[in-house]
Design a protein around this ligand. Structure first.
Ligand SMILES: [Zn+2]
Length: 272
């Protein structure tokens, strides 16, 4: 049994601010340790529950945050960027399930450091008419390979909001947002225990969880922070301008639509 896990940073216990999450943040080195330890806890739980192969994808910012020598030694690590499937590089049809570890709520939701891929660029994102965040669009990629999301860990808002979007999974909330930059949560060691146990339960219950299958044609709408970003994104062949700052793209293939999403926001970033 093979498990892929995509590990982000904003939903890790004890993290509340860009001083943790930004590459040049004063507390970034400590945050990398916390992130690596939660990833290791999820790996341990997966192995305990019978996984034979666990692939860990570093999914935050530079995607060079997880400390290789500190990570559980039986995991395989995907580090660095760019990667064609970005946060989901490593998932394929051979996976029995996906864990989303350290995830945060989508842009606009009252959760810690909430955003969708790029907080400077993406105001909102719709998938077939429904608002989704990173977990939603990433679950579509897993669904393309017919692979279900088994577990989501992160702040309470990320877990609860994504249950509404994706349906049931094993949810582990290690903290709760008091504001976008303040959290109340458990000790990092406790968080690791909760994640290890959650990972085991997630695999034990894996037949209860269904792949997130999106009806075709798959249509995304990307709402940008400002209209100049939409001006650039409109360069993507096949995209359509819906209003001053919203671009839509539709396709039959989940990977094509995901790549279009990434191209739209990457073009948006050019006018920051
Ligand atoms: Zn993220």
């Amino acid at each position: 049994m093979k498990i892929f896990m995509s590990v982000d940073m904003e939903g890790i216990a004890g993290i509340s601010h860009k001083e943790h999450t930004a590459r040049d943040g004063k507390e970034h080195e400590r945050a990398r340790e916390l992130m690596t330890d939660e990833a290791s806890a999820a790996v341990e739980g997966a192995l305990d529950a019978g996984a034979e192969e666990v692939v860990v994808g570093d999914s935050h910012g530079t995607m060079r945050n997880i400390i290789p020598e500190r990570l559980h030694k039986d995991a395989v690590l995907i580090t660095g960027s760019p990667k064609h499937l970005s946060m989901m590089e490593g998932v394929d049809e051979n996976c029995a399930g996906v864990f989303l570890v350290g995830y945060h709520a989508r842009m606009g939701v009252h959760g810690v450091l909430s955003h969708t891929y790029d907080s400077r660029v993406v105001y909102n994102l719709k998938l077939n008419g429904e608002f989704v965040g990173e977990a939603g669009i990433n679950a579509m990629v897993a669904g393309h390979f017919n692979v279900p999301i088994l577990m989501v860990t992160g702040d309470k808002a990320a877990v609860e909001d994504n249950k509404k979007i994706l349906g049931d999974f094993e949810g582990v909330a290690v903290k709760e947002a008091l504001t976008r930059y303040a959290v109340k949560g458990v000790h990092p060691e406790k968080a690791c225990e909760m994640i290890r146990e959650g990972a085991k339960r997630a695999i034990d219950r894996k037949n209860e969880f269904k792949p997130f299958l999106v009806e075709k044609p798959i249509r995304i709408e990307v709402g940008f922070i400002q209209s100049g970003m939409a001006d650039m994104a409109e360069i993507v062949p096949g995209s359509k301008r819906i209003d001053d700052r919203t671009i839509s793209y539709a396709g039959e293939d989940g990977i094509e639509v995901f790549k279009a999403f990434r191209a739209l926001i990457t073009l948006g970033e050019t006018v920051l």
